[in-house]
Design a protein around this ligand. Structure first.
Ligand SMILES: [Zn+2]
Length: 182
């Protein structure tokens, strides 16, 4: 087992989401999720799952897999559905966030600590709701592309379903290993 070089947390959005809310294209891909998770876990890193909680019941095979690998993961709320909460009022956002938070807690026996905003859209109403729901929001993130360009952050933001993610994460680890040998 290798050790994490940069203490980077891997923020993976859209877990359980069937299709893109923007383009309607199919996103859910169990095999790709597993491949991505195994790559991250094999380097000793923590994979934080931004869960679309209203879709959990649709994919029991994913729930089973997550439960078997839960020690290598943390949970975040990515909405009940992939809603743009920035268009809502704080009390309505809070209710929807709590519905998602409670669902994740009920299924996995672990309380999610984070809120990952869909499309990263956030404003005062969203922040107020997240604070009340005791969910942490962090803007300190980089995409794999940005990391490879030299930027650093607390979170690596990506989507397991995206086309080039496996080679990008592999490149990230190659680069991290280079630095660790300097
Ligand atoms: Zn998303």
């Amino acid at each position: 087992m290798l050790y994490s070089i940069n203490n980077m947390l891997f923020r993976d959005d859209d877990i359980y989401m069937t299709e893109s809310p923007t383009r309607g294209s199919h996103l859910y891909n169990f095999e790709k999720f597993k491949e991505c998770h195994e790559l991250i876990a094999s380097h000793g890193d923590i994979h934080i799952l931004g869960i679309v909680a209203g879709e959990i019941e649709n994919y029991p095979e994913l729930t089973k897999y997550i439960k078997e690998h839960q020690k290598e993961m943390m949970f975040a709320v990515h909405g009940w559905m992939h809603y743009d909460y920035s268009l809502w009022k704080a009390d309505k956002i809070y209710k929807s966030m709590m519905r998602a938070k409670n669902k994740i807690t009920e299924v996995f026996g672990e309380v999610p600590q984070w809120y990952f905003p869909p499309w990263n859209r956030r404003n005062d109403e969203v922040m107020k709701a997240a604070l009340e729901a005791k969910l942490r929001v962090s803007d300190n993130y980089v995409t794999p592309d940005q990391y490879l360009m030299g930027q650093r952050g607390e979170l690596m933001l990506f989507h397991y379903w995206s086309e080039n993610i496996i080679p990008e994460i592999k490149k990230y680890y190659e680069l991290s290993n280079l630095h660790s040998n300097e």
